[in-house]
Design a binder for this molecule. Structure first.
Ligand code: ATP
Ligand code: MG
Length: 438
């Protein structure tokens, strides 16, 4: 986000705090925005905590949305932006390791901060700019550590998602997980089965998009947490993660820079941050883990990634698996076939992923792609109906087969992409296939 946007968000957030105060209530900016502000990082959203009840908040502002009235949250809309305003609350009794049995509105901001997960997430800033920091969040930021508010084991038992969040923040800020936090993660990892997969995958996806994806995956695999996701992840994924846990190996690149993994080897995670697109990072991770296209698709679907993203990620991994790097000719041939089968966009994605992985052979793949006269049936200078009229044959499945065969001919350079060459080749193939039928 632009710095100016950040400033606007922050100033407008403080403005809402002042308006709540003018109404006779206490109010503060809290949580992630305070932490990110103190770290000098970009702010994505503003959370406000107040002693006003949701009804009182609704009464003070012109445009509001009742986002989560039961939990005390009202969204205030100002200047085209939205601000979550939540009544100070305490939470009690997490009998299911995922959510409180009861919440109660309270009047003191410190009581509200006490329910939050990590000390650096449990700070507030008032309209006077003073930081309310009852648990030493600023110390944790200075020391570069992830520390729980209270006892790690207890906090992870209340809500098991916090284990995943601890990893996200450690990876994102390049902070250390304090030994008690790490030990509590390992001790309580099986409680992750109580957490909805959407919550886990949204955190995991943020980690993949963030500044420490390699560190995040390292912690996720090393902790054994992913073994305990409620809807089990594909076996191939779990066993690769498990192998990583015991033996950190790196994936191999052949001389063409194509990733492959032997039984027992594992992705080179350190390359993930140099890839700019999150989907390409996922693809690089799964390529390095030697997952099949089918396993990738299953994993993405289990993680509830959108259909479009799932197909994209699995497509890139599948393309990688289609390449035959025995020698240069086989590689060019398999690349050309893969581009035809999966389309230009997946091919460009694969190149993007490989570039991020410092694959030295990328220029060759780029040239090969540029030099392809066609990459899809739509690029052919003949249409299906023209074929059937020219050959005087009724339309049927043969048309698609014929177009595919012409496409390959043009892509491999054995056929020119002009109508008369295409039609005469079609006539030859049609006669041959009819003779075979006889
Ligand atoms: P970011 O927005 O950068 O992803 P964040 O810290 O703002 O990080 P949110 O999920 O937006 O994360 O939550 C806002 C705040 O709510 C957190 O800073 C924290 O104080 C509190 N919080 C969120 N999830 C939990 C949880 N599972 N347990 C306890 N407190 C939580
Ligand atoms: Mg947030």
């Amino acid at each position: 986000m632009l710095e100016k946007e950040d400033e606007l968000l922050w100033t407008e957030g403080l403005d809402i705090v002042r308006r709540l105060e003018a109404g006779g209530y206490q109010a503060y900016l809290v949580g992630g925005c305070v932490r990110d502000r103190l770290l000098g990082r970009a702010i994505h959203d503003i959370d406000i905590a107040t002693s006003a009840t949701p009804d009182e908040v609704t009464g003070l502002f012109a445009r509001t949305l009742p986002t989560g009235i039961k939990h005390g949250t009202v969204t205030v809309l100002e200047g085209g932006r939205s601000y979550e305003v939540t009544t100070f609350r305490q939470e009690f009794g997490y009998s299911d390791s995922r959510r409180p049995d009861e919440v109660a509105f309270v009047l003191d901001v410190s009581e509200d901060l006490a329910r939050r997960d990590f000390t650096f997430n449990a700070m507030a800033i008032g309209s006077d700019g003073e930081v309310v920091d009852p648990f030493g969040g600023q110390d944790a930021l200075r020391a570069g550590v992830v520390a729980c508010v209270g006892e790690a084991s207890e906090r992870f038992s209340e809500d098991a998602l916090r284990m995943i969040r601890a990893i996200r923040f450690a990876a994102e800020f390049d902070f250390d997980l304090l030994p008690d936090v790490w030990q509590a993660i390992v001790a309580h990892r099986s409680k992750l089965k109580h957490v909805a997969i959407e919550r886990i995958s949204s955190e995991w996806d943020k980690m993949m998009a963030g500044s420490g994806p390699e560190q995040a995956c390292h912690y996720l695999f090393k902790s054994g947490l992913l073994e305990h996701v409620i809807d089990p992840l594909p076996e191939a994924f779990k066993s690769a993660a498990e192998r990583y846990r015991y033996n950190r190996l790196s994936w191999e690149w052949d001389r063409w820079g194509v990733a492959y993994s032997d039984e027992g080897s594992m992705g080179n995670l350190s390359q993930l941050p140099s890839i700019s697109d999150t989907d390409l990072r996922w693809a690089a991770l799964l390529t390095g883990m030697a997952l099949s296209e089918g396993d990738c698709l299953e994993l993405c679907q289990k993680l509830r990634l959108s259909g479009r993203r799932s197909l994209r990620i699995a497509g890139i991994v599948g393309l990688n698996g289609q390449l035959d790097f025995t020698d240069e000719d086989s590689l060019w041939e398999s690349w050309t076939l893969a581009v035809l089968a999966r389309g230009r966009s997946i091919a460009e994605d694969w190149i993007g992923m490989s570039e991020g992985c410092e694959n030295e052979a990328v220029p060759s793949f780029k040239i090969w792609l540029e030099e392809m006269p066609v990459t899809a049936i739509a690029d052919l200078n003949v249409r299906g109906d023209e074929l059937s009229r020219f050959l005087n044959r009724r339309p049927g499945p043969w048309v698609a087969e014929m177009l595919q065969s012409l496409l390959e001919g043009v892509a491999f350079g054995t056929l020119l992409n002009d109508k008369s060459s295409l039609l005469s080749e079609a006539a030859i193939q049609s006669t041959e296939s009819r003779e075979e039928e006889r």
